[in-house]
Every structure is written in C-alpha cells, then in structure tokens.
Design a protein around this ligand. Sequence first.
Ligand SMILES: Cc1ncc(C[n+]2csc(CCOP(=O)(O)OP(=O)(O)O)c2C)c(N)n1
Ligand code: SF4
Length: 279
Amino acid sequence: MSSCDSTATYAAKDFKSDVKPVWCPGCGDYAVLSSITKAFADLGLKPHETSVVSGIGCSSRIPAYTNTYGIHSIHGRALAVGQGLKLARPDLTVMVAGGDGDGFSIGGNHFLHACRRNVDLTYIVMDNRVYGMTKGQPSPTTESDWDASAMAPPGGTGMTPFHPLAIALASGANFIARGFSGDPNGTAQIIAEAIRHPGFSFVAIMSPCITFREEQRDWKNTMRNVNIEPTTDPAQAARRLMTDDGFNCGILYRGNRPAYGKEKKATNAVSDLDREFTL
Ligand SMILES: Cc1ncc(C[n+]2csc(CCOP(=O)(O)OP(=O)(O)O)c2C)c(N)n1
Ligand code: SF4
C-alpha cells in the first residue's frame, strides 16, 4: 500500500491499486470493485484504516486490486481470517469478499457461524452461480438443471440451490442485502450501508461470469431494485426472502443485535499470550 495522509480525504480511484485486473473483459467483478471503492470513498474511509480479505477464486483476487491492507487467504477460509483480523484490530474497517464457491461450498460452515457470531465486518459475495476460476463447475447456488458446461453432470446436479440470504437470516445475520453488478451506484450505496451497520453485514452481489455462464448477460433485464423499507422483523424478512425470485435488489433485513466483541476486546499483548500457553 502506498503511504497515506491521515488528514486527507480519498476518492474512489485512490482505493484502486495499480495492479491491472486479469478478469475476463465483461466480467461483473469489475463493477463490484468500483462499487466497493466508491463506498469506501463515500464513507470517508482512509486506505490505511481499511482492509479487504478474500479466499481463492476470480472474485477473490479483489485485495490485489484495492489500495487498502489486504489478505488473499485460503480457499473457503476468508471469513475465519477476516473475523480474526477484526477482533485483533477493531480499529480497522474489515471487508471480506469472494465467490459463491468459496463462501458457500468449502467455506459454508464459516458462513453459518459468522452470521451467528456477528463480528462487525462486511461480507461481500460475488455470486455468479459457478466456479469461474476452475473453469465452470456448478457451485452451491447453481440451478439444479444447469448442464451447459462440460464440467457439469448431464442434466445438472439435481440439487436444490443454496439460498444464501435465507440461510444468513436463519443463522442470525444482522444485515442482509442483494446488489447487482449492473447497478454499480445502487450497489455502492448498499455496501456503504452494510459497512455502517454494526455487526456482520452480508451483501450478495449478483455478478455475471460471462465466460462460463454467458446467459447471465440477461440479468440486466431481470434484476430490479425493491424500494421497500428494510424490515427489522426476522419473520417478515423470512417471508420476503422465501417468496423472492432471486432478482430483488436492496436491503432486505436490518437487525439490531449488538456486535460480537464490543465488550470483549481481543488482547494481542505477547505477555498475555505467553501466560495463556505456560504449562
Ligand atoms: C483448498 C482448495 N480447494 C480447491 C481449490 C480450487 N479452487 C480454486 S478457486 C475455486 C472455486 C472458485 O469459485 P468461486 O468461489 O465461486 O469464485 P469465482 O472464481 O467464480 O469468482 C476452487 C474450487 C483451492 N484453490 N483450494
Ligand atoms: S471466468 Fe468468469 S468469473 Fe472468472 S474472470 Fe472470467 S468472467 Fe469473471
């Protein structure tokens, strides 16, 4: 990260690194990167007070492209790393980001427990309903009959897709929203609200993989903003989510559970750790 002035204000471009993304031209993740950097700037954050943590996947390359602290961690473990970082450094704004394979398949158990633990961080999943980086295998959010890739079984997996937002709600997530890469400004606003909200905030961003799911280009005709007041009632949110067709964008649930660790500050003093491990 280049040096930062703690009195300066930073624009979205200042949160982009000099590394040129290697994503396929037209990948939705370019717009998600812009929404994230716009949200950081709109909130008046500073690069040296912000961090982006990811797993592995095309979408998980995002820490390299942001001019903040960053950890490009291990496939499926981004939330474990991000929660540890936030507990050790509560002064940092922590964003965890990655794909649907990373977050809901190998990382699925971390997702459930991050929702209920409620550490104050924002989790962005760029959902393209496929494993992009490894060339087109079905992910937990892939439609059960999708078999357009040589990597998918004929006739599809036959498995009911994972419903990330409903699962987040059932697991205790405090802020649940859906964005679309085709609406970068609207998505930036949602991300900014998610960062502002105390506790674990989950934002699923529908972000087309135009290489392995070309038909997702059509999402621009199906995604819609729902201008509804976010509910604080989990039962109402559950009804909304279970009757939702997967294309409603906006903040769908905003709970008010206190964030984990507000009272229990993590200590990273070496003497305390030494004492804990003394036999
Ligand atoms: C432990 C481990 N298992 C498997 C892999 C192989 N792998 C790399 S990325 C990936 C899936 C990526 O899909 P997703 O998270 O949806 O991200 P996308 O590439 O679509 O953005 C897999 C299975 C790995 N790197 N490490
Ligand atoms: S393979 Fe798909 S997800 Fe990966 S960079 Fe290309 S378009 Fe994006």
